[in-house]
Ligand binder design. Structure first.
Ligand code: FES
Ligand code: FE2
Length: 348
């Protein structure tokens, strides 16, 4: 496991409020953060047969992942090499070939261009030069991730501590059953959700129901090198929760009955989307599942609403920056420090 970070008691200012709405900051983040980290994309069980594909957007970039004839998943930018048409709109399906909707250029499941209507007969046209632009795709524990940099570290290396921690928990799909998936849009910059997810200071007022179930004295929050903020939660009924935030935007919550996986994706500079998946223990009754889903979805709703409120205030320009608690917000301090390290020298 990575080392726990010990923070001093220095007063630390929050990152500037305009980082939460500036278009140039969002562009820099896409390049310096989202193209440099593995991004949750889908569930592995969504790809069963040759030709099963999912087209979706990751941090503003259209991506398509498809299962090849050899059973391997491949990921490509969902952009045609002719004049940047799209191969498929968002959604999932099955296909024998990937065909651009604009002029019909057609690619095989390995991304090679195999048909360019009319153009193929033209002198000097070299079909081999116009394959789809690949991106990395790897799966772990029933989850499919993509990475825009083909030279990046492996998914397992990037997940690091999470692989070790999750070896003590049930496996997704194998031990626990996939139960629910949500795609949740909200009106705040993705960092507002990250700031909020990395501290427990807001629990008593924002999540009254959940907070009343938690034994705060035996709940511990640690920041660990490598971009992890770990919450060891003890509930009043004696059960344990393990929540992990992995920078920049991946979250796992392991509870007695279920495991919840989330990632937060910037859609625009001021709006975001949460990918949200649940797996439940097979012994859970329908009533238990329903009750846990209502409670967990309420927590996400409460977080989403407070982040939207904060976002409105950040955008007014009245508030420029605040100060973080040294005892309550070390996770958020670490998250904001990682953001600064990644983007500050590009901001000029
Ligand atoms: S842009 Fe794809 S075929 Fe023309
Ligand atoms: Fe929260």
């Amino acid at each position: 496991m990575n080392k726990v970070i010990q923070f001093d008691n220095q007063r630390v200012a929050t990152n500037p409020s305009d980082w939460y709405w500036r278009e140039d900051v969002a562009r820099i983040e896409r390049e310096c953060i989202f193209q440099k980290n593995w991004q949750l994309f889908a569930r592995l069980s969504q790809f069963q047969k040759t030709g099963d594909y999912i087209a979706d957007t990751v941090a503003g970039l259209p991506v398509i992942v498809v299962k090849g004839e050899d059973g391997e998943l491949r990921a490509f930018h969902n952009v045609c090499r002719h004049r940047a048409g799209i191969l498929s709109g968002e959604g999932q399906g099955n296909c024998a070939r990937l065909r651009c909707i604009y002029h019909g250029w057609t690619y095989d499941l390995e991304g090679e261009l195999v048909n360019a209507p009319q153009v193929m007969k033209e002198d000097g046209f070299d079909i081999s030069k116009f394959g789809l632009m690949p991106i990395r795709v790897e799966a772990w524990n029933g989850l499919v991730f993509v990475h825009f940099d083909m030279q990046c570290e492996s998914l397992q290396d990037w997940l690091g501590d999470i692989v070790e921690i999750m070896s003590h928990f049930p496996s997704l799909d194998e031990d626990f059953n996939f139960t629910q998936e949500n795609s949740i849009n909200f009106a705040a910059n993705w960092k507002a959700y990250g700031d909020n997810s990395c501290e427990g200071y807001h629990l008593p007022l924002i999540h009254r129901d959940m907070a009343s179930d938690i034994d705060a004295r035996h709940t511990k929050i640690e920041a660990r090198e490598g971009g992890y903020i770990n919450f060891d939660v003890t509930y009043r009924d004696g059960s344990q929760g393990c929540w992990i935030y992995k920078y920049p935007n991946f979250m796992l919550a392991c509870e007695k009955n279920y495991i919840n996986v989330q990632s937060t994706d910037p859609v625009t500079a001021t709006t975001s989307r949460i990918r949200d998946y649940f797996w439940f223990a097979p012994e859970c009754s329908e009533d238990e599942i329903k009750e846990d889903l209502i409670a967990s979805n309420l927590v996400t709703e409460e977080d989403k609403n407070i982040c939207a409120n904060v976002q409105r205030n950040l955008e007014t320009g009245v508030y420029k920056s605040g100060e973080l608690s040294s005892s309550q917000e070390h996770g958020t301090r670490y998250f904001q420090e990682l953001i600064r390290n990644d983007i500050q020298n590009k901001l000029g």
